[in-house]
Design a protein around this ligand. Structure first.
Ligand code: CA
Length: 242
């Protein structure tokens, strides 16, 4: 399936917007230009993009305020956003949001650098698709299905009651069956506050997760322990529950 990631380019200066759109399109993305915050809100509500590039200085709404409103839209919290800033005080504010290292790019920037950043962010952001607001993400396998909008995972058709971290771990695992995730990786990808996490936190959550999976399918072992390295989703689960 060839799906070009849709990227909102929210920038009022047409010259800059043109350049960004050009490099994104050349690199296989589907850019959508929004010259105002109002337009951005409409485009975003119609379908959350794979990523949004957000100019801080917009004519109708400050970029930070727009960011908050976009985040509040269905699916908005899952969309990575990259701020375009022109001044150092704006950079300070972006950094203050503590969204992550890749959340701003200072003007003037090189178009190549921008695309590299976009690629980097999308590579790290675990998302199956740029799904529409009510669209269910296609089943990962017959055994597991993932609905990111509802933050819900089904196992043999049965919805699991998961805590935030259990959901985060299982979501990663089911998206790449067989891929071994180390405890460190799980901590980085699932926990946002590293300070409060220890290896055993991961192990404890894996343990409760396993118990919940076992309650649905007692004869399966969906989460494999890879000796000394980490955890992976089993690739050979029975298609139907016995
Ligand atoms: Ca501007």
């Amino acid at each position: 399936m060839l799906h070009k990631p849709r990227i909102l380019v929210i920038e009022d200066e047409s010259g800059i917007a043109d350049t960004i759109q050009y490099v994104l399109a050349t690199d296989g993305f589907a850019p959508v230009w929004c010259a105002t915050a109002q337009q951005a809100l409409q485009e975003f509500a119609a379908e959350p993009p794979a990523l949004a590039i957000l100019d801080v200085g917009l004519p109708d709404l400050n970029g930070f305020e727009l960011f908050k409103r976009l985040q509040a839209l269905p699916g908005g919290a899952a969309v990575p956003m990259l701020f375009l800033t022109a001044r150092s005080d704006e950079i300070d504010r972006v950094v203050g949001l503590e969204l992550g290292a890749d959340d701003y790019i200072a003007k003037p920037f090189s178009p190549r650098e921008l695309v590299a950043r976009v690629r980097g962010i999308l590579r790290r952001t675990v998302r199956t698709t740029a799904a529409g607001p009510r669209e269910t993400v296609p089943a990962v396998s017959v055994v597991f299905s993932l609905d990111e909008e509802r933050r819900q995972i089904r196992f043999y058709g049965q919805a699991l009651e998961l805590s935030r971290y259990e959901y985060g771990i299982l979501r990663l695992l089911v998206q790449k069956p067989g891929r071994v995730y180390t405890r460190d990786e799980l901590l980085t990808k699932v926990w946002d506050d590293d300070a409060a996490s220890f290896d055993r936190t991961v192990d404890a959550h894996i343990k409760t997760l396993r118990a919940k999976l076992k309650a649905v399918a007692p004869h399966t072992e969906p989460i494999r322990t890879s000796r000394g390295s980490g955890y992976a989703l089993a690739e050979d689960l029975p298609q139907e529950q016995r």
